[in-house]
Design a protein around this ligand. Structure first.
Ligand code: C5J
Length: 226
């Protein structure tokens, strides 16, 4: 077992039954011209997540941790996109409309894929999800159960939307979740701060929070064994 110095207290995990989940580090959220920007967001707010996540991926790969990436997006015919999501708000371009990186938030388009810096390595699972949570309408639950995973280390964007939805449901499903504060990002600094506080408040109401350096330090014994 390994232990991370986390909030609200130590997070103990077995690397053999722990998975890293990297949520939606897609061009559509991270780069100009994608879904995030059509909603009026300043996508540069998310760039600070990239470098610590690169270092985290290197450490997790060296420790042979299970690594799973997710991508939010829809089928080209939009049959998996509920009208409530499609028609909401006043975006500059709706989901499915043509953008500079291809159709907005559509599977198979350039904008839908993960940014080059964090591209999945061969053998790492990529889960496509139509919703905000990584469990809804995906095989994630079966994959984790099949691999005997009990703890999740969660990173990605955005903190208060897809990261929160995924962690809340993972907690309900019985997983112990550690969210890495510098490897999750929001377009809104105030939501980033509040989103992290919500996870660890009340004795860790649905998880733990720690910086990635603390998690990487806890992985060191596993690195020395490999
Ligand atoms: C959003 C996400 N923010 N990946 N998606 O719409 O958080």
């Amino acid at each position: 077992m390994a232990t991370v110095d986390a909030h609200p207290g130590p997070f103990t995990f077995d690397p053999a039954t722990t998975a890293l989940i990297v949520i939606d580090m897609q061009r559509d959220f991270m780069e100009p011209g994608g879904f995030g920007e059509t909603l009026g967001n300043d996508v540069s707010q998310l760039r600070r997540v990239i470098a610590p996540t690169e270092a985290l991926l290197r450490a997790c790969r060296a420790a042979s941790l299970t690594i799973i990436h997710t991508r939010e997006g829809h089928l080209p015919d939009l049959s998996d996109c509920p009208p409530a999501k499609l028609n909401r708000g006043e975006p500059s371009q709706r989901i499915g409309a043509p953008g500079p990186m291809g159709r907005i938030l559509i599977r198979g388009e350039h904008g839908h894929d993960i940014i080059d810096e964090l591209a999945p390595a061969p053998g790492e699972l990529v889960i496509d999800k139509p919703g905000k949570g990584a469990f809804y309408n995906t095989t994630l639950g079966e994959v984790l159960a099949g691999q005997g995973i009990r703890s999740l280390v969660v990173t990605g964007v955005t903190t208060e939307v897809c990261v929160h939805t995924t962690v809340r449901e993972a907690n309900d499903r019985g997983y112990e979740c550690l969210v890495l504060s510098d490897c999750v990002g929001s377009y809104f600094p105030e939501f980033q701060e509040a989103g992290l506080k919500m996870i660890a408040a009340q004795g860790g109401i649905f998880g733990w929070v720690a910086p990635s350096t603390a998690f990487i330090a806890a992985l060191q014994p596993s690195l020395q064994r490999t």
